[in-house]
Design a binder for this molecule. Structure first.
Ligand code: MN3
Length: 202
């Protein structure tokens, strides 16, 4: 994923706001991308503004190399930079629904079968983990440090970089990702997501 550096800019949504209908509605996509995602970008830029020496760093470097900073600056960078990182993966991981649900292929599919038994068992395991997220957070499928597929839940805007893991799938479980259409029914949002979630090459 191409990360730029300060000042970060809101990338355009790679499809139309209504492209994920009826699974994710255009109003949700508009507020999620143009308002929520943009706020993380604006707040990250504001946090970096007083620190010229941090402005050269990529987002990934900021999220892994900035522990020497004063606590409040560190927190702002991790929360807002994490929001930028997670949302970039989320929006880029979705695509307009086709007639058939997207399927993983190649090495990723083989790894899913080895780790979870089958693609369908992977989906069940991912769904079960996503329902466990309490409050705001994310469910990710990652390759962990040992190169094994793992489903992980992250709080707020934590990122898989903290686990030194390589992201494969990112699912936003903050209520702003689904509340306008699904209200409290996170499970319905999760079922709908399989129609628009895409699988990268390993
Ligand atoms: Mn979000």
């Amino acid at each position: 994923m191409p990360y730029n550096s300060y000042p970060f800019e809101l990338p355009p949504l790679p499809y139309k706001y209504d492209a994920l209908e009826p699974y994710i509605d255009s109003e949700t996509m508009y507020y999620h991308h143009d308002k929520h995602y943009k706020t993380y970008i604006d707040n990250l830029n504001a946090a970096l503004e007083p620190f010229p020496n941090l402005q050269e760093l990529t987002l990934e470097q900021l999220l892994t190399w900035t522990r020497f900073l004063p606590q409040d600056t560190y927190t702002k960078i991790m929360q807002n930079g994490g929001g930028v990182y997670n949302h970039s993966l989320f929006f880029n991981g979705l695509a307009p629904a086709a007639e058939e649900q997207p399927m993983p292929s190649g090495a990723l599919l083989r790894d899913m079968e080895e780790t979870f038994g089958s693609f369908s068992k992977f989906k069940k395991a991912f769904y079960a983990e996503a329902l466990k997220v309490f409050g705001s957070g994310w469910t990710y499928l990652v390759y962990n440090r040992q190169g094994k597929l793992k489903i992980v839940n992250l709080k707020n805007q934590e990122t898989p970089l903290l686990l030194k893991a390589r992201p494969v799938l990112a699912v936003d479980l903050w209520e702003h990702a689904y509340y306008l259409k699904y209200k409290n029914a996170r499970s319905e949002y999760l079922h709908a997501l399989w129609n628009v979630l895409t699988y990268p090459e390993k």
